[in-house]
Design a protein around this ligand. Structure first.
Ligand SMILES: Cc1cc2nc3c(=O)[nH]c(=O)nc-3n(C[C@H](O)[C@H](O)[C@H](O)COP(=O)(O)O)c2cc1C
Ligand code: SF4
Length: 425
């Protein structure tokens, strides 16, 4: 396992409230370099680096920037926007918070570089409302960056101007989904939009908009300074660079770690998180949070990167790793996941509004049943597949992931009547 810090390189090393501390460790040098390069070259280097979005979907960050910068405005008055997704609502995920609280200038520097590349004059950081310390630290850092000329009018005398504002989320998981986030930013109810058009074409207020996750943007300064070739030397061929994993559940030292992509799940549990709690045997890990997949012991050696996991019908997602020992019940975890989706469904489309409730009805039957359990399990799979095919947005397409992976690897357990553990125990 190779630990290598990019997004967390200053965390714990500097006073995050001091812009001078950040600059003393090379902070804002990447911005200076980028501003003396053409936007096209900055985008070219990001494409060459192979950086993929760390918000969950793993789309090429450079291509997203290219599409946004090339998007033609349909309205006469044209403006490009950049939005940083700091909503961090995926259960088990707390990596963006570490960056915002521990090194807020890294995010700001990455965001100004990205804004320059796509020609955005206005940026927004959409921060989860409950993240009080993150909001406080980013707000302070924005003021300091302004005072030093890294933000605002005519940045560092280069003629490029841009500003960043903070907007707060109000606790909706769905508002972390990029198009719903844009609705919320526009002051509307958090309902998703139909895709296409994608934000790069028609995003905030109908203008070309680049949306990136906090961790993604925090990789840009290092890529600008060290080059695409250097970045490609880290991680795996198709998932270069590092990833912050947040590890929780039945491990001795729950927490976070930034390591090269391609680390194995076993290494994360035994080398990073101190091994299984009280030496209990491993049963499963839920990767990627509620919108994620269960993986069993046989996948402990799988490479934790976008493609290797996809090949195994698993997901990397946001980097959440929730570890379960043999004492834990898959059915109980599934119950929490499905309750979560039932609660977070926005109700706009019928398949998800009714489907998330219907999944709970079937799950209740499964929990109580001492016979016909195979029928209930098949019904869960069928209904979640139906929802995935017919729901309007990715939230309705998510429960199928946990359900199918639970059934694929733990069907025997789900068929046993005693497999549900009441959370009151
Ligand atoms: C229901 C739902 C919730 C999401 N929540 C977040 C979130 O909290 N933070 C985030 O960065 N991306 C979240 N995403 C992914 C975003 O839609 C989008 O892919 C991401 O912000 C793009 O940034 P990236 O290219 O840097 O990964 C969510 C997606 C869905 C479907
Ligand atoms: S899939 Fe669910 S969350 Fe998405 S629009 Fe439909 S009801 Fe709302």
């Amino acid at each position: 396992m190779k630990a290598h810090k990019i997004a967390l390189r200053n965390v714990g090393e500097i006073n995050p409230a001091s812009i001078q501390d950040y600059m003393d460790r090379g902070g804002y040098e990447a911005l200076k370099k980028a501003l003396h390069t053409s936007p096209e070259k900055v985008i070219h280097d990001i494409i060459q680096s192979g950086l993929r979005g760390r918000g969950g979907a793993g789309f090429s960050t450079g291509l997203k920037k290219k599409y946004t910068s090339e998007a033609a405005c349909v309205l006469l008055e044209c403006m490009h926007y950049i939005v940083c997704n700091a909503d961090e609502g995926e259960p088990g995920t707390f990596k963006d918070r570490i960056i915002m609280e521990g090194d807020p200038h890294l995010l700001i520097e990455g965001m100004v570089i990205a804004a320059y590349a796509v020609g955005a004059e206005q940026g927004y950081i959409y921060i989860r409302g409950e993240y009080h310390q993150s909001i406080h630290m980013v707000r302070k850092a924005l003021a300091h960056a302004h005072a030093r000329g890294f933000l605002g009018h005519n940045i560092l005398g280069t003629g490029f101007s841009m500003d960043i504002e903070i907007k707060l989320g109000a606790g909706s998981y769905l508002c972390g989904e990029e198009l719903t986030l844009l609705e919320s930013l526009e002051g509307k109810r958090g309902y998703p939009r139909i895709k296409p058009p994608f934000p790069a074409e028609s995003g905030l207020f109908g203008m070309p908009t680049l949306i990136n996750n906090v961790e993604t943007l925090s990789h840009l300064p290092a890529i600008v300074i060290n080059g695409a070739h250097w970045y490609r030397g880290l991680g795996t061929e198709k998932s270069p660079g590092t990833k912050i994993f947040t590890i929780s559940g039945d491990v001795n030292s729950p927490g976070y770690a930034e390591v090269e992509m391609g680390v194995s799940l076993k290494e994360l549990i035994y080398l990073v998180a101190g091994g299984m709690k009280d030496g209990k045997p491993f049963k499963a890990a839920l990767l990627g949070g509620a919108a994620g997949t269960f993986v069993p012991e046989s996948l402990l050696d799988v490479s934790m990167d976008f493609d290797a996991l996809k090949e195994k019908e698993a997901v990397l997602g946001s980097g959440a790793v929730i570890v379960m020992s043999k004492d834990q019940s898959i059915l109980t975890m599934l119950d929490s996941i499905l309750r979560f989706f039932e609660h977070e469904s926005c109700g706009k489309c019928v398949p998800c509004r009714v489907g998330t409730k219907q999944l709970m009805v079937v799950l209740e039957k499964l929990k109580g049943a001492d016979n016909k359990r195979p029928d209930h399990i098949d019904s869960l799979v069928y209904q979640s597949e139906l929802m995935a095919k017919t729901s309007l947005c990715p939230l309705g397409q998510s429960p199928v992931l946990a359900i199918k992976s639970a059934v694929r690897y733990f069907r025997d357990e789900l068929e046993k009547p005693e497999s549900f553990q009441s959370r009151c125990q």
